[in-house]
Design a protein around this ligand. Structure first.
Ligand code: IMP
Length: 421
């Protein structure tokens, strides 16, 4: 039995989709355990490209059960669009299970996400405006609507009535349109009828699956620097994308996890606002952005680009118990002179080796770099051994510094451009 977690070790967009796709094919069950449709990865199937947002990556394989677990926030209307999208491409034979405990992103969450960002103006978080934060707010405030509520019509109406009292007050105070109970209720009933065949107790399902020794893959969205507790708060998402949260978000014991694959880009990117010590504002940054196609999957925003920051990666690998690294987009770094990796920060004249909790301190951190030699290699190589010595040095340094082995190396977008050790 293998219970594997895939997690992003930086600020998201590390290329998790490619590895998830690869590992999903060896799994019986693929599970999303946090976040929502702020995630986005593209999967190529039968020559077509599909942008998945909330659907787990095993959806194209009829033998895999795909689970949207308790810790996810789910926009039921956009999920319907996603499902219809894959159905219209002829994929009708899929297995999907939506937790009856997962919270629903409601239309007013989208309005509030946008309004709060506007209020913050130049201090905005730079959210994806998918309503993620406002939905988790209502979950914590104990007035959220859960997927299971869609199946209990009278209860849903009562709950929605109470919730709307608060939400309409909030919307009114922000000068936004209020929601009509009957109208929203009818829309929820309609979407509930559409989704009801997928809604079940996913926690119960997963516990049984563990007992049956199934191979389970937990796919994290975003990255650990966007973690609500340990990221660059408040410039974070509202969930925890690491292996640390799998147990809570899916309802399985932590010791069931036996493999944690940390996905790490060979350089660093981030979208949205917030400190980023190794950010490059020069032609090397522009070159990496263009070569790496560093534009948001969900928002299309150009990503901020910088050198690899191993202070960040090491902290996140240690925190989450990563057992191996998948190093992504390595080919993007080919032919770059004076390539650098950040190994420490300088904070007010002191050398530090950790990520400060204070955003002010983190903004003052200056990267201390180790320089590496330029490298290039053919896209036809099939093993680590065929890499030039300069490329091997870059990889070995990551391993020595973090204490975690690079087991997978991606040297191109093609599925085959993946070296496995
Ligand atoms: P939210 O998750 O939409 O609330 O956005 C909060 C922060 O997380 C913003 O900086 C977003 O750009 C960032 N974020 C959310 N999802 C992703 C992702 O999938 N990749 C990278 N950044 C993300």
């Amino acid at each position: 039995m293998s219970v594997t977690v895939i997690e992003g070790s930086q600020w998201g967009d590390e290329g998790k989709g490619k590895i998830t796709d690869y590992l999903a094919s060896q799994s019986d069950i693929v599970v999303r355990f946090q976040g929502g449709n702020n995630a986005g990865h593209t999967i190529c199937f039968n020559g077509k490209r599909f942008a998945l947002r909330s659907l787990p990556s095993g959806i194209f394989n009829s033998n895999i059960t795909n689970v949207i677990a308790d810790g996810v926030v789910l926009n039921p209307f956009s999920l319907k669009e996603e499902i219809e999208g894959i159905k219209s491409s002829g994929i009708t034979d899929f297995k999907l299970l939506i937790s009856n405990r997962c919270h629903l992103i409601m239309p007013y969450h989208l309005d509030l996400d946008g309004a709060y960002e506007n209020l913050l103006s130049d201090k905005k978080i730079g959210t994806t405006k998918k309503g993620i934060g406002p939905c988790y707010v209502d979950k914590a405030a104990r007035r959220g609507i859960r997927a299971g509520d869609l199946l209990e019509k009278d209860f849903l109406k009562e709950k929605l009535k109470d919730t709307l009292k608060v939400k309409n007050l909030e919307l009114r105070s922000l000068g936004l349109k209020e929601y009509d109970l009957e109208d929203l209720y009818n829309k929820l009933i309609e979407i509930g009828d559409y989704l009801k065949k997928y809604i079940a107790d996913s926690q119960y399902f997963l516990i049984n699956a563990l007992e049956e020794n199934k191979n389970i893959l937990f796919e994290g969205a975003q990255g650990m620097m966007l973690d609500i507790d340990r990221g660059t708060y408040p410039y974070v998402t509202s969930s925890s994308p690491s292996s640390n949260y799998v147990s809570q978000g899916a309802g399985i014991p932590p010791q069931a996890i036996n493999r944690v694959v940390a996905i790490c880009k060979a350089y660093t990117t981030r979208v949205g606002e917030g400190p980023f010590p190794t950010e490059l504002h020069n032609e090397i940054g522009d070159l990496i952005r263009e070569k790496g196609h560093e534009y948001g999957t969900v928002t299309k925003r150009p990503r901020r680009v910088g050198y690899l920051d191993l202070v960040v990666v090491k902290r996140n690998l240690k925190m989450s118990g990563a057992s191996e690294i998948a190093l992504m987009l390595f080919d993007v770094l080919e032919n770059i002179d004076h390539l650098k990796i950040c190994i420490n920060y300088e904070l007010d004249g002191k050398i530090i080796d950790y990520v400060p909790a204070s955003l002010n301190e983190y903004s003052r951190c200056k990267p201390i770099y180790k320089e590496f030699k330029k490298f290039s290699f053919s896209d036809k190589i099939h093993s680590f051994n065929e890499l030039p010595i300069e490329a091997k040095e870059y990889i070995s340094f990551i391993e020595e510094f973090t204490g975690v082995k690079v087991k997978i190396l991606s040297i191109g977008s093609d599925r085959n451009a993946t070296l496995v050790r």
